[in-house]
Design a protein around this ligand. Structure first.
Ligand code: SER
Length: 871
């Protein structure tokens, strides 16, 4: 059976047992406690815990998974992978141990037709129920059932949460393939004889924070069988990499890299594993970066690339060596039956891989150069071991992954200690932790906690009103900042949050007037930083009038609503992988950071700008609602920073166009935004782009200034705005022809100069030597003189120097017949040294510079003397 057939037969089998087949969930779990989907049950965690009701009592899946805890072992053992698929059947309060065990046996023996004599099982040490089912009902003899402890036969997704005893099915590989160990052992013992192929978990417990177990609301089943292992058994291979799940990809690697698996076992396997993981991670929206999942992806890509480069022994990397993306078609071809979405994403995946490799190639280049220097040093010192300091410097300063340092060294017969390297890494982590500065908070947390208990949150009225009145509940002289910190019972001042800056404005109370320069929010208590303009600071209880700077706020609102439109337009034009990763909205501009893998072409920027302006001009209403988060998500709301939201969320809808959860201030309809203008697009980190843009008054200012400049230029050119481009083009053409003419004249001049110079040629022992010192002569002119001079002299030496605004330049030429006597490089060096410089060059032509232009004459004379001695 092929891998594809096994996958299908599994799903079909459980469908026949009334299971609903669910598509594989994303590798990015909907679960904040996990970075990646690590098991088939991950998408169903809420059903096990009873947090959500399962839509079907029986589900079956083949689930893509990634585990990176044993990354180092990948390729070195027959079974370790980062990416793998888990076949699973699940029961949520429906069937339990009996059916789970019976069906697993039926599938293995009847569908896969594995020899029952080779099957062993384990049960949790006290699980008599499972033992009895295996022994009495299935008929597995006692000598092929083992009872194992918590380490082997208790399964949990994490330290807390659903868990339970499990029962594992093993396949005995003795006397198959290379495994001929005649060892009298059982599953659970050391060695490779017994291969675990299926884990049946009887999930009936919930482990709490304190370690205690409480029964789950219902008894559940979670089973997981690794597809790659099953395939290796069914296809009688003693290594997962030899199955048809990997072989076509391995063939692709051999072809693309032009190497043979037999010679490069580990390399080929590492690449085969890592390219699968990379393809699936990228397809699920992960981009290489320095954090979280992005970091894992980057690490995997770089390891695979590095392994290939090392195998090829090709350290001068060119574009042709960026091989990983060329493997994508092999992965897609092999996996598309189960994951058809890969086909449409293929081009995108290739692009991401290519860009990441390009980026890494640069790093590698520098790193390898440094490593080569280190190796030379080691040879000199007569050692074969790279020091920990050097390996750490290569990693820390030159970005060379440690694994690669190891591989390169290993290949050339040197070594390096991973342990010592890790120690250095730990020291560095400690150092950077210690040097972190703690920023003192505006108001200490414990104060705010108490304040909140007593007064509750500040009522924010600033969505509707720009003016309001309130009472002072707290006022204190600020520590470390000028003015006072004031808390009112209510406020129209927006406190900085969600990327939107705080409002500024004025507060007054009787004779007192204060300027609000900043507002921050803690526990929804708004703390205003107030500077006194007039009078003395009022006390607690005073009634104050508050007025925000309304014009400034309106500009902020323009930028905020424009940010929402931009977000949507980017997703529509660049793809749904675009996700906001940061934003700043103030009165001057908006700054939007988002995930995208490459620079955006100017035409696309124009298109995006126009699309945003089209939405603005459609004057769509901006509607604000408070809704249940689930309803909002159902309506397609883009939920950002969702962890900050409670159940009821504020939903900002640009009528029929975009919906986002957002606490910010917005215009009433898009027409208010005015002209939207993109100022810049740039990369701020790998995989993250930044757009800055202006709206309303700022865009108008920009256009006005542009117009003014254009008018000025037109005035200078004595034309008007309309014709300015034509006139500039005309001037440029004229300038070009003048330069050309100038160059021609220059050549003529040189010819004339040469003739004059040659009248004063010296002769030393029959060799013609021409020397001259000039002022302010272009280096090209000197070269021209040397070339022409050589032609004219046919045999001779020319030494020229010029003092160009205090700097010295020398050019020396020696005709070929004389270079055995004296070389241009030597001569120019003598001259340059006199002028405080250095230089060299070819035997027949050399050029050099020096700091002291006034020494040119002396330098040329010295060089002449040197020639004199040599001839
Ligand atoms: N959750 C169990 C495992 O991952 C069975 O699916 O092994």
């Amino acid at each position: 059976m092929t891998g594809n057939e096994i996958r299908k037969s599994f799903v079909d089998f459980f469908k026949s047992k009334e299971h609903k087949h669910f598509e594989s969930a994303s590798l990015i779990p909907d679960d904040k406690s996990l970075l990646l989907t690590v098991a088939g049950m991950v998408p169903f965690k809420p059903f096990f815990l009873g947090e959500k009701e399962a839509p079907f009592p029986r589900i079956t899946t083949y689930q893509k998974c990634i585990r990176t805890n044993d990354l180092e072992n990948v390729g070195r053992t027959p079974r370790h992978h980062t990416f793998f698929e888990m076949l699973g059947n699940f029961s949520f309060g429906d069937y339990f141990k009996k059916e789970a065990i019976e069906w697993s046996w039926e599938y293995i023996t009847k569908v896969l037709k594995l020899d029952p004599e080779r099957l062993y099982v384990s049960v949790y040490k006290t699980d008599d129920e499972a033992y009895e089912i295996w022994n009495k009902e299935i008929g597995v003899p006692e000598d092929r059932i083992v009872r194992l402890g918590e380490e082997d036969n208790w399964w949990a997704a994490g330290p807390v949460g659903s868990c339970g005893p499990c029962s594992e099915i093993y396949y005995d590989t003795q006397n198959m393939g290379k495994n001929n160990e005649e060892i009298n052992c059982k599953p659970g013992d050391e060695g490779d004889r017994f291969l675990e192929i299926w884990n049946l978990v009887f999930t009936e417990w919930n482990r709490l924070e304190d370690g205690s177990l409480v029964p789950l609301p219902e008894k559940n089943i979670d089973t997981g069988a690794g597809l790659e292992r099953i395939a290796s058994v069914v296809q009688k291979k003693d290594n997962n990499f030899e199955t048809d799940i990997f072989m076509p990809i391995i063939k692709g690697i051999e072809k693309v890299l032009d190497i043979k698996k037999e010679e490069f076992e580990i390399t080929v396997k590492v690449i085969a594993d890592h390219i699968r993981a990379s393809v699936f991670l990228i397809a699920d929206g992960v981009l290489p970066s320095n954090e979280g999942r992005g970091y894992i992806l980057r690490k995997i890509i770089r390891r695979a690339f590095g392994a290939g480069i090392v195998a090829k022994q090709k350290l001068d990397i060119t574009k042709d060596d960026l091989f990983l993306y060329k493997l994508v078609p092999y992965v897609v071809e092999n996996m598309k039956e189960a994951y058809p979405e890969l086909v449409e994403k293929q081009e995108y995946i290739e692009k991401v891989l290519r860009l990441e490799q390009e980026r890494f190639a640069l790093t590698l280049k520098n790193g390898i150069e440094m490593l080569t220097e280190e190796i030379e040093k080691m040879d000199k010192e007569g050692t074969k071991k790279l020091s920990a300091d050097a390996s750490f410097k290569l990693y820390d300063t030159f970005g060379l992954p440690f694994e690669l340092t190891g591989l390169i060294l290993e290949n050339q017969g040197y070594e390096v200690s991973e342990e010592e390297f890790n120690q250095k890494l730990e020291e560095q982590v400690k150092r950077s932790k210690n040097s972190r500065v703690t920023v003192s908070d505006m108001i200490k947390d414990d104060f705010i906690d108490k304040f909140f208990e007593e007064h509750g949150k500040t009522e924010f009225t600033g969505y509707e009103k720009f003016k309001d009145e309130g009472k002072i509940l707290h006022i204190a002289k600020s520590e470390g900042i000028s003015g006072y910190e004031v808390i009112f019972d209510r406020t129209p001042f927006y406190a900085e949050s969600g990327g939107q800056v705080a409002d500024t404005g004025i507060i007054t109370s009787g004779e007192f007037e204060g300027k609000v320069v900043n507002v921050v929010k803690k526990h929804d208590v708004f703390i205003h930083q107030v500077e006194i303009v007039k009078g003395i600071a009022p006390s607690v209880g005073a009634e104050v009038k508050m007025k925000i700077d309304a014009d400034r706020r309106k500009d902020i609102q323009r930028n905020h609503t424009a940010t929402h439109i931009l977000h949507k337009v980017l997703r529509e034009n660049l793809g749904t992988h675009v996700e906001q990763s940061g934003s700043l909205v103030d009165d001057e501009k908006l700054r939007f950071d988002f995930s995208h893998y490459e620079a955006i072409e100017p035409e696309m920027i124009e298109k995006i700008e126009k699309a945003v302006n089209d939405i603005i001009l459609s004057n769509l209403k901006v509607k604000i609602d408070f809704e249940n988060i689930e309803d909002a998500k159902k309506r397609g709301a883009m939920a950002l920073f969702s962890d900050k939201y409670g159940d009821v969320v504020r939903v900002v809808e640009i009528d029929g166009y975009s919906i986002e959860l957002c606490g910010g201030a917005h215009v009433k309809s898009t027409g208010e935004i005015g002209l939207f203008n993109i100022e810049s697009e740039s990369g701020i980190a790998s995989g993250t782009r930044r757009i800055t843009a202006t709206t309303g008054h700022k865009s108008l200012d920009y256009v006005n200034k542009l117009e003014e400049k254009l008018r000025k230029v037109a005035g200078m050119l004595k034309t008007d705005g309309k014709n300015v481009v034509d006139v500039v083009e005309k001037y440029i053409a004229e300038a070009k022809s003048i330069v050309k003419e100038y160059e021609q004249l220059q050549t003529k001049l040189v010819k004339y100069e040469i003739n004059e110079l040659l009248e004063n040629v010296d002769e030393i022992n029959g060799v013609k030597v021409l020397k001259a010192a000039f002022t302010n002569k272009d280096v090209n002119e000197l070269k021209e003189i040397v070339d022409r001079g050589k032609e004219k002299l046919q045999s001779g030496i020319i030494i020229l120097g010029t003092n160009n605004d205090g700097k010295a330049i020398f050019v020396v030429g020696v005709t070929k017949d004389l270079i055995s006597k004296v070389k241009a490089g030597e001569i120019v060096k003598v001259a340059a040294q006199v002028a405080g410089g250095n230089g060299g060059g070819r035997p027949d032509f050399a050029q050099a510079g020096g700091k002291d232009g006034n020494a040119v004459k002396e330098a040329v004379d010295k060089a002449f003397e040197f020639v004199n001695e040599k001839l």
